[in-house]
Design a protein around this ligand. Sequence first.
Ligand SMILES: Cc1cc2nc3c(=O)[nH]c(=O)nc-3n(C[C@H](O)[C@H](O)[C@H](O)COP(=O)(O)OP(=O)(O)OC[C@H]3O[C@@H](n4cnc5c(N)ncnc54)[C@H](O)[C@@H]3O)c2cc1C
Length: 479
Amino acid sequence: MIEPARRHVLTAAVLTPFVGAYAAAPAVASPPAVAQWRRLDTAMAGDVLLPGDTAYAGAKQLFAPRYDVLRPLAVVRPATTADVATAVKFARAHDLRVTARAGGHSYTGRSSGNALMVLDLRKLTGIQLAGAGATAVLGAGTTLYNVHAKLVTSGRTITTGTCPTVGTTGLALGGGLGPDDHRHGLTADSVTGATMVLMDGRTVTVSNSQPDLLWALRGGGGQLGIVTQLRMATHAASSRGYLDLAFPGSAAQAVIAAWAAYQPAASAGTWVRAQITRSAAGGVRCQLLGVTDAGMQNRVAQDLIDAVGVTPLSRTVKQLTHLQLVTTLGNGTTTPRRDNDHGSDVLTDVSSTTAAGIVAAMGSSPGTGGGCVVQLSPLGGGIAARTPTGTPFPYRRHIGAVQWVTGLPTGATAADFAAARAWIDAAHAQVSAASVGGYVNYVEPGQPAARYFGANLNRLRSLKTTYDPEGRLLAAVDL
Ligand SMILES: Cc1cc2nc3c(=O)[nH]c(=O)nc-3n(C[C@H](O)[C@H](O)[C@H](O)COP(=O)(O)OP(=O)(O)OC[C@H]3O[C@@H](n4cnc5c(N)ncnc54)[C@H](O)[C@@H]3O)c2cc1C
């Protein structure tokens, strides 16, 4: 075991401008020589890409272009769980920090970094059903659209978010908010097991018989080891109702109030998200986006319109097959890379003061030349059916999670990043009286871990100390 004096220290001095606050980099006393990396490559079914290799620049990219400046020591691309174990043992032998990369959508660039080993799981793309279709067995590199497209051929699906290119593993490890939450809970709540390589190089099959490891997998943000395969409960992929109601910006407060009032009454099959969008030109538009059980869409749409009390500018209400719903919510089967800045708040309730605060936050532009969006996602139904300590995700008695998003221009400057952050900080302040924390998959820099894990932080910290005492694995949040 590494002596405490050699524990990894995050060094601000080597952080890259603009991303320094996001993607922490460790100091490495003496990185492996090229010949040693090449021996690792030879020992694996997958491969190892080093700076200078043709494929390195593309392989180290994340979803957000701002992180293209990061330079990991190597991008290690395992093809098997045994490869992951070999790579972890190599990292231990050379005292390297490691980060796992699945779909690469980390808001803070934590699935890459300077001076560390990236374990890129994208070669692990297996998608299978087991247990007569009740369980999906998913490679750690699978993305949401691919999982939906494969499982639907057997009439099954999993509980997911809305973005087609997000990694199933990153989403599940951090929670997972999406249209099935009201019936099935978070994506993390459907995780029944995993294959994991621990940071001492051991491979474990996680199930109910390892309650601590299983607990941490369900929303802990990937703290204890490298997941190579997830097992998740499935449900039937059925046709659903879909609604998209657009209202004028002047109705913003009424739309938020209607969304909040609707939540306690929403049936298990109904999920409604409120969204306010401010364009770069300053125009404000409000939306209620909903998914219902098939046949319920017109009734739910009318209930929402009545609750807002304003005639919608447009009203799209229809029934969709499962895959049509996936591509409608995801705007297609893929999402182009782009830079945004993000923040989140978890709200206990939405009083008229809180609704007014959200409207006030959306009343100003972020100063980046781009627009901004606020989304309110419900936390009731299946999410509230679990106990706050049953998984690391503590927010089981709260009305919703707010996501603040600012657009950033191509080639954004330090001033743009600072302006985006200032806007998000001001938005947090507008709802601070009702906010109890944030959502770890919408992680932002400079926030304490308690903001994401609440009273579950102590258990997560204790498990981190047990399973990764050297702090070798970089995860979504530093504990
Ligand atoms: C365009 C876009 C749309 C989004 N939509 C939604 C949504 O609808 N609902 C929602 O809840 N969230 C959404 N998110 C947030 C998303 O859930 C998180 O960014 C999530 O962490 C992404 O997972 P990933 O695998 O794509 O990312 P990665 O960057 O690959 O991983 C994120 C983190 O997960 C951990 N991790 C990943 N793989 C492993 C592994 N194999 N073993 C151990 N740890 C691992 C690591 O800590 C890593 O830093 C969205 C993000 C974006 C950019």
